[in-house]
Write a protein that binds this ligand. Structure first.
Ligand SMILES: NC(=O)c1ccc[n+]([C@@H]2O[C@H](COP(=O)([O-])OP(=O)(O)OC[C@H]3O[C@@H](n4cnc5c(N)ncnc54)[C@H](OP(=O)(O)O)[C@@H]3O)[C@@H](O)[C@H]2O)c1
Length: 345
């Protein structure tokens, strides 16, 4: 599989990243696979040449990191051939210091993630959301110390407003602090608001773009029904997706994907991923896979060259959406945890 540099950093990543939110414990979300069912996907990803893996402390409250760490130890390539990314921010417990981007939580969280992953360092340590209750300087100084201690090699960010990200970048430059190399944002054929501000900012600043939920959490596969049903457990139970998508114009986009997929004799997933891989600035979509064909489809998408008129047909039914996926309550998959208390808001 082709590798590309992550933004303006020297880090080489495969063009697909395997997201590990679907691996952990079904008691967190019933569509999440347990360890034995998860391991074949991590193994197959390695066989297919994927070297880039994304997880987070909050995914199944640590179980995802444990499963990824064990699987890569058992059948991964040597450590120097792996790029392992995790995240901090979301609540790992009910108390106020067990969440967010304070120095205290970052310092404790990196050690806890490294323990669960059984690693000496992660390649990419990402802030999962913006924390309005912590000064940006405090967060960036703590992340810089994490990098200087050798616990993370690079830092990245995830869904936030472009102005917030621009402030972080400016602060890092002015103060000589660690600079984010990547933006993990919500971007797919039915959520394209990132094209207004965030993507131009990332391209101008040399930030690698690694979109999350490239298939809109399965919606673009074409098997979701208007009554929030469908055959898969995730179709029926992914409340985060159910709260974001399912508008008429979202279904109109899916119809275009299905029509092109039928004409080409490929799957919807291949078409939707091929579109995303063609978008300027996109380094590596972070895919979710819980059935054997999912990984194979994603790899085939790398070879699918959509024609200009097909790209236009896919883009045409899109209508603007409110900002989706920046939230504090359900940032990673519909977990119901107490919201951050934001003074004055
Ligand atoms: N930073 C953030 O806030 C954030 C938020 C969300 C996710 N993420 C990251 O992004 C990763 C991917 O997220 P995601 O799982 O939502 O991604 P996704 O690729 O948009 O959705 C994955 C779902 O799409 C369906 N699917 C995948 N391939 C398919 C195929 N070939 N044919 C038919 N259906 C297919 C499956 O749904 P069914 O289960 O219904 O079959 C699968 O569960 C996560 O693991 C995580 O690492 C980050």
């Amino acid at each position: 599989m082709d590798t590309v540099t992550l933004g303006r950093s020297g880090l080489k990543v495969s063009r697909l990243c395997l997201g590990c939110m679907s691996y952990g414990s079904p008691s967190w979300q019933n569509w999440v696979l347990g360890e034995e069912d998860s391991r074949p996907f991590i193994r197959r990803a390695v066989e297919l040449g994927i070297n880039f893996f994304d997880t987070a402390d909050v995914y199944s409250l640590g179980r995802s990191e444990e499963i990824l760490g064990r699987a890569l130890r058992d059948f991964g390539p040597p450590r120097h051939d792996l790029v392992i990314a995790t995240k901090v921010f979301n609540p790992m417990g009910p108390t106020p210091n067990h969440r967010g981007l304070s120095r205290k939580h970052i310092m404790e969280s990196i050690d806890a993630s490294l323990r669960r992953l059984q690693l000496d360092y992660v390649d990419l340590y990402q802030i999962h959301r913006f924390d309005p209750t912590t000064p940006m300087e405090e967060t960036l100084e703590a992340l810089t110390d994490v990098v200087r201690a050798g616990k993370a090699l690079y830092i990245g960010a995830s869904s936030m407003y472009a102005w917030q990200f621009a402030q972080y970048l400016g602060l890092a430059e002015r103060r000589g602090l660690a600079r984010f190399v990547s933006m993990q944002n919500h971007y797919n054929l039915i959520y394209r608001e990132e094209e207004r501000e965030m993507i131009p900012l990332c391209r101008a600043e040399g930030i690698g773009i690694i979109p999350w939920s490239p298939l809109a959490r399965g919606f673009l596969a074409g098997n979701r029904t208007r009554d929030h049903g469908g055959e898969t457990l995730r179709a029926q139970n992914d409340r985060f997706a159910q709260g974001m998508y399912y508008r008429d114009d979202d279904f109109a986009v899916v119809d275009r994907v299905s029509a092109i997929a039928a004409r080409r004799g490929v799957s919807n997933a291949e078409v939707a991923l091929a579109w995303l891989l063609r978008q300027p600035g996109v380094t590596a979509p972070i895919i979710g896979a819980n059935k054997p064909r999912h990984l194979e489809d994603a790899v085939r998408a790398l070879e699918l060259k959509l024609e200009d008129d097909e790209l236009a047909q896919l883009a045409e039914p899109y209508r603007p959406h409110p900002v989706l996926g920046h939230g504090y309550d359900h940032p990673s998959g519909g977990i119901a945890l107490p919201a951050l208390a934001i003074p004055g808001r």
